[in-house]
Design a protein around this ligand. Structure first.
Ligand code: ADP
Ligand code: MG
Length: 257
């Protein structure tokens, strides 16, 4: 078979295999290979690496789009000096994503404005960058969706949305008290993920001792905490709200607490 026929066949086959990145890089890769007398195996290596890299980038972009993250907050943007209650070494360890591979949880507790959501998004972004699937929602969103899907008798659709991602972020647990069916559903989600060794990041303005106030049933609250805390890193952030601190430092009025 002549080189021209082989070339046409390779183009056609790359197209049929939907290897778009390899197809569009084929000509420059072949030209460089000829110029530098590269081996056939090096050409294959380069084309396959290009294709896999492009696929990974596409996956990351899709995962980011589907994640529901509310704002692009990164760990690099987090000001540790402003929040000495947050130990950087613990966050750095979490950022290695060992907790995701081991299916461990992260609990970020503290009052409003201390950076809980920021840190949860920062960790979620790290996970997405490394190819993991993430789903972020507030407890309020979860309850709203639970009620809507239950109404339509389609909890079978909602449950996988919450159990399939590698990381589930549940933001703002404790802002609204849960009714019994909401709490039971939340327990079902947490328990399922616990059994599947999949991570949950929870942010809450309530300390563990106050979880009885969120849940209608203390037995359920205990069972849920039990699952969440079994393998978990807890960060108790006490300090002052970041925005209020900034206002104070800028000499602006700070509303009374
Ligand atoms: P929380 O979830 O604890 O109520 P947020 O994470 O929403 O607080 O933080 C409130 C705002 O302050 C956000 O815009 C967040 O990015 C910012 N912020 C809080 N703490 C820090 C920090 N230590 N460094 C940088 N930005 C911060
Ligand atoms: Mg928050």
């Amino acid at each position: 078979m002549s080189a021209a026929v082989s070339y046409e066949r390779v183009r056609d086959q790359l197209g049929r295999l939907k290897m778009e990145a390899a197809l569009s890089a084929l000509d420059p890769v072949l030209e460089r290979a000829q110029k530098h007398e590269k081996l056939a195996v090096e050409v294959l290596d380069e084309l396959l690496t290009l294709e896999l890299d492009a696929r990974f980038e596409r996956r990351v972009a899709t995962n980011l789009k589907l994640s529901g993250l509310p704002a692009p907050k990164t760990l690099e943007d987090f000001d540790y000096e402003a929040q000495p209650q947050v130990p950087k070494d613990v966050v750095d360890e979490l950022a290695t994503l060992r907790f995701v591979h081991q299916g461990e949880n992260v609990l970020l507790l503290g009052p409003c404005g201390v950076g809980k959501t920021h840190l949860s998004i920062g960790l979620a972004l790290k996970a997405i960058e490394r190819g993991h699937r993430v789903y972020f929602l507030t407890l309020h969103d979860l309850v709203t969706r639970f009620r809507a899907y239950r109404e339509k008798n389609r909890l079978d659709v909602l449950l996988p949305i919450l159990t399939r991602p590698d990381v589930l972020v549940l933001d703002e647990l404790g802002f609204v008290p849960l009714e019994q069916p909401d709490a039971t559903f939340l327990f079902e989600v947490v328990n399922k993920r616990y059994q599947m060794h999949k991570s949950i990041i929870v942010t809450s303005n309530k300390s563990f001792g106050q979880w009885d106030e969120i849940f209608p049933d203390p037995v359920l609250a205990t069972a849920l905490l039990d699952r969440l805390l079994h393998h978990a890193t807890t960060l108790n952030i006490r300090g002052e709200s970041y925005r209020l601190r900034h206002r104070r430092h800028a000499g602006l009025a700070v509303p009374a607490a």
